[in-house]
Write a new protein. Sequence first.
Length: 308
Amino acid sequence: MNSAALAVDAEGVVKSFGAVRAVDGITIRVAPGEVYGVLGPNGAGKTTFLRMLFGLIRPDEGTLRVFGRSWDDDGTRVLEGVAGFVEAPRFYPYLTGRQNLVALARLDGGVRPGLIEEVLDTVDLADRADRKVDGYSYGMRQRLGVAAALLREPRLLVLDEPANGLDPAGIRDMRALVKRLADSGLTVLLSSHNMDEVEEICDNVTIMDRGAVAFHGSIADLRAMAPDPGHLLDTTDNAKTLEIAARHQVKTEADESGALHVVGPHDAVSGFVADVVAAQVRLKQFTPTQTPLEALFFMLTNTEAVAR
Ligand SMILES: Nc1ncnc2c1ncn2[C@@H]1O[C@H](COP(=O)(O)OP(=O)(O)OP(=O)(O)O)[C@@H](O)[C@H]1O
Ligand SMILES: [Mg+2]
């Protein structure tokens, strides 16, 4: 694909802050119409990369083009194609959601009639648009941030950890919103530190680890690389359960409390559990520990799972 056709064409981009190479030679290509995820643990360099797309900071090395335009050649015309937010969107708390959008539209030289209503509707805030932002939940503020970006009618929407700090319902709403926007043809580039959050919505991902690319490819590629799922199993007779495990393609290990960590392919685990139950052993607990994609994320980024 030639560079002009790409929504984002970043090649060998480097950005240092003093001795810290926050972005260390990354290459990311985002095709128009796709939802692309930039994943990485805290400090990986996600925000630094996204800031460069908005021209808030300049790369030290490498090239960066948005729909074929670069800051060096085209200056602020790069922004004609891109909108979004890095870190958290900010609003005047004492104004309503709608008043904030009206103010932003004015600063931008006005928007076409009806657009404010349209974007409020898109982000599902139409019925709460006349309340003060002060009373908005975190999820509502994030969605208002998306609405503000949509006012600029971008072709590329850039969202920095849009699901960060949201509760499960908020995450679900944000995911549905991104899907709706993608279905309308918008290209979306978002960052996240949670693999499970993005797996349903992203077509392709780049996983960053300390400024560098640890993986890039499709979610399907990632799934193929992912380890087997893990479960925590506790029964009324763990000794017998261990004997039964020996007849299945599963790995089991007892923890200090005596409960068993079971790792294996889905079919093997379900066959094993069926045999445990058939042997009149009762399950006290059977819960997934890490999803395979999460486990892979921690492997690729050399980080550890944190208790949630
Ligand atoms: N303005 C700055 N001055 C100095 N160091 C910075 C600056 N911005 C980022 N860094 C450093 O660059 C590295 C990458 O930071 P960045 O904010 O891009 O990571 P991130 O992936 O967005 O992390 P998080 O998940 O915490 O948001 C970190 O080590 C950070 O401390
Ligand atoms: Mg960040």
